[in-house]
Write a protein that binds this ligand. Structure first.
Ligand code: E4P
Length: 222
């Protein structure tokens, strides 16, 4: 299982990477805009920070086939390896995913809203599929559909990895982890909710207070 940070906020990425086992970073146009930086700067800062073995995913902005291909090549050229072009599964996008894989580019099929879209992108050879879990929930049983996609890929022997995306709460992540999803890309605020629990803080505070009251110090050995 790969944990990816869904953010272009370098400080948030750095903090989470220091605490957890992070396999990479995903961005999309909205995430880059939110960083408040120019795209070149936001992407450059992330690439300067990431280790070579950590994956980087950047999304194409153009929506026509030629434009998508041009940007997918440029994204792949950013680093020698572990860099993926995120291509939305529109008609032009599906065509580009097929062509990009024939060229040997790394591709993540994104903005997936149905199991069928994910399945078709997998048939075109996408390395990763990013179903938009929370957004899919606006149209029905989003989590259930992603679980269907995982089953459909296994039943057909298709090898694309599923990277759950668009998580807005811990429960959505929980359900996919329980199903053994290949990867999840999670925004910093949801990762924080996964790490922190008031019950844990209460327990630690009780241990510290009891120790201090009994032994008059805050450390184990005198
Ligand atoms: C990541 O790859 C996706 O672009 C992202 O998770 C989408 O999240 P959103 O639905 O919160 O915009």
């Amino acid at each position: 299982m790969e944990l990816i940070v869904d953010s272009a906020d370098l400080e948030a990425v750095r903090e989470i990477d220091s605490l957890l086992t992070v396999s990479g970073v995903t961005t999309n146009p909205s995430i880059i805009i939110k960083s408040g930086k120019d795209p070149e700067r936001a992407i450059g800062d992330l690439l300067a920070y990431l280790r070579p073995d950590q994956k980087f995913f950047a999304q194409v902005v153009r929506t026509d086939f030629e434009g998508i291909m041009e940007e997918a090549r440029a994204i792949n050229a950013l680093r020698p390896e572990n860099t993926y072009a995120k291509i939305p599964v529109t008609r032009a996008g599906l065509r580009a995913i097929k062509a990009a894989k024939q060229e040997g580019l790394n591709v993540l099929a994104t903005s997936i809203h149905t199991a069928e879209q994910g399945f078709l992108a997998a048939m075109n050879g996408a390395d990763y599929l990013a179903p938009y879990v929370n957004r899919m929930c606006n149209y029905g049983d989003g989590v259930g559909r992603v679980l269907d996609l995982i089953e459909m890929l296994a039943a057909s022997g298709l090898e694309s990895k599923v990277m759950g995306a668009s998580f807005h709460n811990v429960e959505e992540v929980h359900e996919l982890l329980r199903a053994g999803v290949d990867a999840v890309t999670v925004p910093p605020n949801v990762i924080e909710l996964m790490m922190d629990h008031p019950g844990t803080k209460k327990a630690v505070d009780e241990f510290s207070a009891g120790w201090q009251a009994t032994y008059g110090r805050d450390h184990l050995f005198a």
